[in-house]
Write a protein that binds this ligand. Structure first.
Ligand code: AMP
Ligand code: MN
Ligand code: MN
Length: 315
């Protein structure tokens, strides 16, 4: 499956690994798993990744990340979980510094880039793909690699609850458990722990919730000054959308938040009847049928009106 990519790895010594901006559990898990695997092959590897939620700080290897690359030329870039070149957490200049590029992704709508592409939206996550890639590389799995890949699969499948959880996903996961994935710790840190500030953000987002179309659509907006006053960083302000979606009768949930750079980030979740990736794409973003997002270009009231109308047309 990855023959050509394996050849590229074999020929490379200096490699950097990266994923999409606003890195989530899958981006972080798949990237650092590949990082460890390449190091085991004796490669010189750098991980380029912007800062992310501190909830992921317990993961092995993450302290090794760098904000930007140092070398002028790299033999290879391995890009994970990023459907689009422009969503990568590296600049165009940094991208150009790689001799070859390998793209591994699982998004439904992808704009392929690089010299080798493996894009499969039947896979739950980039981490599930990274598992297959690492296996083909012939690297022996260890507890660190297993914990990282497990984290990516668990977070992208909503703890094995979403429809992207296939029997293959579960078989891969079973193997990761055999390789020593720290499943209890991952669950405790990511599913069972919430900061008080985030609980207060949840209260705000519920307070601000608006209901449209007989309860089929739930929308909330929290502005940046509010998020900032709670002492929450951009990367920790996520995760409110699922609460809204879980309300009975909801088809689509929307959470908009202000960011420190003045932009508005739209996060959407669907219960399955509305393909929200289409809506996100129409506003310049992307994602999956049930989880999608974009950066709002209009000011909030205008942007909200356009979005609610677009969702209404899909109900
Ligand atoms: P989020 O609501 O931030 O968790 O995003 C859900 C999904 O939507 C992500 O997994 C991405 O695939 C996609 N997504 C979010 N924001 C954007 C964006 N600005 N451009 C493209 N895709 C996005
Ligand atoms: Mn992701
Ligand atoms: Mn993913």
């Amino acid at each position: 499956m990855f023959n050509e990519a394996i050849e590229m790895v074999k020929k490379s010594n200096l490699i950097y690994v990266s994923a999409h901006i606003n890195p989530d559990g899958d981006a972080i898990g798949s990237t650092f798993a590949v990082y460890f695997a390449l190091k085991k092959l004796g490669k010189d590897v750098h991980v380029v990744m912007p800062s992310y939620s501190e909830v992921f700080e317990f993961l092995p290897g993450v302290e090794d990340r760098v904000d930007g690359i140092k070398e002028d030329k790299y033999d290879l870039l391995i890009a994970l979980d990023s459907s689009d070149h422009s969503r990568l957490a590296i600049s165009d200049d940094e991208y150009e510094r790689a001799e070859k590029v390998i793209m591994l992704d699982h998004h439904q709508i992808a704009r392929p880039y690089g010299d080798f592409r493996y894009i499969n939206d039947n896979k739950s996550s980039a981490s599930e793909i990274a598992y297959l890639f690492i296996k083909e590389l012939g690297v022996e799995f260890d507890s660190n690699i297993a914990t990282l890949l497990y984290t990516g699969i668990m977070t992208d499948t909503g703890s094995f609850n979403y429809s992207n959880t296939s029997s293959d996903t579960l078989r891969v996961t079973a193997e990761l458990v055999d390789y020593g994935a720290k499943t209890v710790e991952v669950c405790k840190k990511l599913n069972d722990t919430i900061k008080e500030s985030k609980l207060k953000l949840l209260a705000k987002s519920i307070d601000n919730m608006e209901v449209f179309y007989d309860g089929k659509v739930r929308y909330t907006y929290v502005d940046y000054p509010t998020i900032n006053s709670l002492g929450i960083h951009d990367e920790d302000a996520e995760g409110m959308t699922n609460y809204l979606r879980s309300v009975e009768g909801t088809e689509v949930a929307v959470y908009v938040r202000g960011k420190s750079d003045g932009s508005l980030k739209v996060s959407m979740r669907s219960n399955g009847n509305v393909d929200i990736s289409k809506i996100a794409i129409s506003f310049g973003g992307g994602g999956h049928p049930r989880a999608a997002g974009y950066t709002m270009q209009d000011e909030i009231e205008v942007g909200k009106e356009k979005l609610i109308k677009a969702i209404g047309e899909m109900l």
